[in-house]
Design a protein around this ligand. Structure first.
Ligand SMILES: Nc1ncnc2c1ncn2[C@@H]1O[C@H](COP(=O)(O)OP(=O)(O)OP(=O)(O)O)[C@@H](O)[C@H]1O
Length: 285
């Protein structure tokens, strides 16, 4: 499908003192695509996503356009909306239902006082007309599909009784149940150990293969982005310094900063492999 789901045009976000934190950002995302946004800390990745989600605090001033086109809605009424020009009420309706967000720290997404199952059901019922029994059944199936053992037991647990990786998988599962056109995942694997990271990446692979949901995946880890993204946007100091399809970016990066990111990653991998070889030789002798 060639229609652009999201078309960010000349997005600039500034503080009220005029200092621009995002400077003339333009990129687009087609239906079913996975776009990876990579860049060092402070380069503007999260701010870009906040702008898309309509979550910029009032002291920011945003200009440009963020055009969003949900083709499934087109059968009812033709909509390409500029997310920057919508009222809070309308953008709230889009959030969750058409655009879902997965955060770095899943604990923040859950209320510590309520059981997991209750929270998933409430979220589902807020966005879909579904009765409690069916919502419960869907929730248990979702937990199973996310690779979580003993869904019935987990259903009745409180957030603090689950690991970060388990909560992250439930958050991804909720996002999928809402069947949004777009999921934005902001550093969803950063706070996790490497085995859990692998499971979470597998869950995202599943989204790519089995659903029609497009993905924006943010990370400072080029390895993670290489694994998951079709297209890559490289950010530095609030600007896009390079963008293109994954193979082009990795095989012939045009920008010095992209080359630096790729080389640094390679050096870390080489060092890791040398240490691994040395350790295994040492253990054998
Ligand atoms: N609420 C805020 N008020 C003022 N400045 C902010 C605010 N949020 C972010 N910034 C600034 O905007 C710039 C971009 O920040 P942003 O959080 O988007 O970076 P990032 O690339 O997501 O970094 P990280 O990988 O560390 O999350 C930074 O210079 C940051 O200090």
């Amino acid at each position: 499908m060639n229609v652009r789901l999201l078309d960010v045009q000349h997005l600039t976000v500034a503080l009220d003192n005029g200092k621009a934190l995002l400077n003339d950002i333009s990129f687009y995302l087609k239906h079913n695509q996975c776009l990876g946004i990579v860049g060092e800390s402070g380069s503007g990745k999260s701010l870009t996503c906040k702008a898309i989600m309509g979550l910029l605090e009032p002291h920011f001033k945003a200009s440009g356009k963020i055009l969003f086109n949900d083709i499934r809605e087109q059968s009812n009424h033709n909509v390409t909306q500029d997310l920057l020009s919508l009222t809070d009420k309308t953008i709230r309706q889009i959030r969750g239902k058409q655009i879902a967000m997965i955060l770095q720290h899943p604990m923040n997404a859950f209320d510590p006082l309520y059981r997991i199952g209750t929270q998933v059901i409430e979220t589902l019922q807020a966005h879909q007309s579904i009765n409690k029994q069916l919502a419960t059944e869907h929730t248990l199936v979702m937990m199973d599909e996310m690779g979580l053992d003993h869904p019935k037991t987990l259903f009745n647990k409180y957030p603090h009784q689950l690991s970060g990786g388990m909560l992250q998988r439930i958050m991804i599962g909720i996002a999928l149940m809402l069947k949004p056109a777009l999921i934005i995942a902001d550093e969803p694997t950063t706070a996790l150990d490497s085995i859990t990271q692998f499971h979470i990446l597998s869950a995202f692979e599943k989204i790519k293969q089995q659903s029609s949901t497009a993905l924006i995946f943010i990370s400072h880890d080029l390895g993670v982005i290489h694994h998951i993204a079709d297209h890559i946007v490289v950010m530095q100091h609030g600007k896009i310094v390079e963008q293109g399809n994954k193979n082009a970016i990795f095989n012939s990066p045009q920008c010095a900063y992209t080359r630096y990111l790729i080389e640094t990653r390679q050096q870390i991998l080489d060092k890791f492999n040398t240490t691994l070889n040395f350790t295994s030789r040492h253990e054998k002798s």
